[in-house]
Design a protein around this ligand. Structure first.
Ligand SMILES: [Zn+2]
Length: 148
């Protein structure tokens, strides 16, 4: 199955890449030893992944996620269609796919994690990483290479 990437996804990837270059540059090894967000994992996200809850939901819905990384204190409101499991953080009354009524959740992050587990993704939870929080508190390494 082939996936097309939208400009938005490309810009998220570019942002992640720039962020990684800026953040990782000097002293990465030292930071690694503090047990913060592992450098190696971050490098993978930058090269082959997405950052931020919207991008993660999109990738999850397309079964693209290999490893899901999130801050265990991160919560976010969201909406889920109980019929087709469509997820969004944007307030909508009806599901754009099946017209079903969306259910509001105070914490959609839990549902994202559960769905990722169901799909066989590896889950990495991290606590108190400034780097991860600044990147949107959630991210994922994808199974497929993004098209250039
Ligand atoms: Zn639906």
């Amino acid at each position: 199955m082939e996936f097309e990437y939208t400009d938005e996804q490309k810009s998220i990837r570019d942002m992640a890449h720039k962020f990684a270059e800026k953040e990782i540059a000097p002293g990465a090894e030292e930071r690694d030893q503090t047990g913060d967000f592992p450098y190696e994992l971050f490098r993978k996200i930058a090269g082959l992944g997405v950052l931020g809850i919207e991008a993660v939901i999109k990738a999850l819905s397309m079964d693209q996620i290999k490893i899901l990384i999130y801050d265990r204190n991160f919560i976010h409101k969201g909406y889920i269609c109980p019929t087709c499991m469509y997820m969004t953080i944007i307030s909508r009354e009806k599901c754009p796919y099946c017209e079903g009524e969306l259910i509001a959740y105070n914490d959609i992050v839990d549902e994202i994690i559960e769905s990722a587990l169901d799909k066989g993704c590896e889950i990495v939870d991290i606590s108190g990483s400034k780097r991860l929080t600044e990147a949107g508190s959630i991210g994922a390494v994808l199974r497929y290479r993004l098209k250039e």
